[in-house]
Every structure is written in C-alpha cells, then in structure tokens.
Design a protein around this ligand. Structure first.
Ligand code: ATP
Ligand code: MG
Length: 250
C-alpha cells in the first residue's frame, strides 16, 4: 500500500509567535520503499513522522495509506522512538509481545511469532532479560522487532540508531538492512546522518530548516549492500552534504 501525504501543513505558536514547521508537504512513498527524512535539527522531521503515525494532527492536509485515510494512531503503522521507549518493567520477550496483546491469536501462535522475531534479531537467550540488563544495541533490536510484531504495513523510525556509537551503528545498520530486505516493509526513517541515509534508503528526502519545505527528493539507485567507496556512493554523499548546508540556511 502506498503512503500518500497531501499538502501537510503544521504551525506551532511559541511565546505568541507563530512559526510554520511544515508548509504544504507532498510526498508519496511506495509500498516496500525505504525513505529517509534528512535535515537539520528543528526542520520538522519528528513532527512529520508523528503526524504520519497519527500521534499529532496536521493543521491541514491529508494522509492516505492505500485507500484508507489516516485519522489517528493505528496498528498498521509501527513506530520506533529515538530512545527505544522499551517498557523497563517488562522483559525482552514481553516487550516484543506487547503489540500482540489485542490480537486474536492463541498462546501457541503468539509464542511462535515471538520466537521468530527473537531469532531474526539474534536476541535468543536474552528473552527473559530486562532492558537494563542488555546492551544498547540489543535494546535497539528489541524496539525494532517489537515494532514489527503487530505486523504493520509501514514502519516509522525516528533516529533509531542515534544513541549508538560508531561501530555499533555500522553493525546495526547492516542488520537493519537485512531485516528490511527480509520483511520488505515500507519504511520512513529520520536521521541526521548522511551515510546512514545513503546506506539504507531508496530515496532521501531533504527538508529545509526554515520554511518547512522539501528541498530535494533524491533517489539512491545503488545495489545493496552499498559500497561506501564506490564512485556513485561518494557522488551521492557530496550531493547530500551540499543540500544539507543549503537546508541549514533555509
Ligand atoms: N509541541 C510543540 N510546541 C511548540 N513547538 C513545537 C512543538 N513540537 C515541535 N515544535 C517546534 O517545531 C520545530 C520542529 O520540531 P521537530 O521536533 O519536528 O524537529 P526535528 O527536525 O525532529 O529536529 P531534531 O533533528 O532536533 O530532532 C522546532 O522548532 C520545535 O521547536
Ligand atoms: Mg526529531
């Protein structure tokens, strides 16, 4: 199902001053596509993602997922928060099972499903640990497969790797890519990181700081997994750094 954003506008008023954060955003994300929102701090990435998730309302405009109009949160859209937002009082397994609580599945079906997700994310052996007892990378993977548990059509991720160190980030990027290749969900991911955007995305949407517009919608047409030293990769990186500088100026 395609995700279609039509003329999305959003303003906030801070100390009496109104500022337009999103100004008539139009974007179509195809079924199974991996799209990244890239842009400087404060340009409205989280705002746009939370509007797609249905946690926030746009002032005007519409979002459609296939035939259906998005009116609020829904299980067909999974969300990965920047700080993982795992429930600290639940184990890894219970966290992953959380989106299944209202599904009409037998205990056996639920267990089978959770087992598959634990396997996929290499969290077997950690299922009875609490979030504080596992590493940041494992917490990240738990949050990621938890968002897959409810079988969403679309996965929305807000800087899901933001808190990780360089090496862990590289490893998890590869895992994220292979998980995505296995599941082929539609993904909208927010990041600050140009390399992360080029490594993972089919398209990178660059948002500008002032004005709330899309500055560029860049197709990354490179075979996976991507060679960071290839001529095309380096060209894309240069193009995006110039665009990011432009985005900062507004
Ligand atoms: N609830 C709110 N009330 C008032 N202003 C808000 C609110 N939420 C966001 N804003 C403002 O909207 C702008 C965009 O915020 P948003 O969180 O979407 O940025 P972002 O691109 O995700 O930034 P970052 O990369 O730092 O996470 C900011 O100027 C912010 O101050
Ligand atoms: Mg943000």
């Amino acid at each position: 199902m395609d995700l279609v954003l039509k003329d999305i506008c959003k303003s906030f008023t801070n100390s009496g001053k109104k500022s337009k954060v999103l100004d008539s955003i139009n974007l179509t994300i195809k079924n199974g596509e991996f799209v990244t929102l890239l842009g400087p701090s404060g340009c409205g990435k989280t705002t746009l993602l939370t509007i797609i998730a249905g946690f926030k309302k746009a002032d005007s405009g519409e979002i459609h997922l296939g035939e259906k109009k998005v009116e609020g949160p829904g299980s067909e859209r999974g969300f990965v928060f920047q700080d993982y937002a795992l429930f600290p009082w639940l184990t890894v397994k219970e966290n992953i099972a959380y989106p299944l609580r209202f599904k009409s599945l037998s205990e056996e079906e639920k267990n089978l499903k959770i087992d598959k997700l634990l396997d996929m994310s290499q969290l077997k052996g950690k299922e009875n640990f609490f979030p504080r007892e596992i590493s940041g990378g494992m917490q990240q993977r738990t949050a990621f497969v938890r968002s897959l548990a409810g079988e969403p059509e679309v996965l929305l991720m807000d800087e899901p790797l933001g808190a990780l160190d360089f090496h862990m980030r590289q490893d998890i990027q590869l895992e994220l890519e292979s998980l995505w290749l296995k599941t082929k969900k539609t993904v909208v991911m927010v990041t600050h990181d140009i390399d992360e955007a080029i490594s993972l995305s089919d398209r990178v949407v660059v948002m500008s700081k002032n004005g709330g517009k899309i500055l560029e919608d860049l197709k990354i047409d490179l075979p996976r997994s991507r060679d960071k030293h290839s001529k095309e990769y380096v060209e894309n990186r240069e193009k995006l750094s110039i665009l990011l500088e432009k985005a900062l100026r507004g």
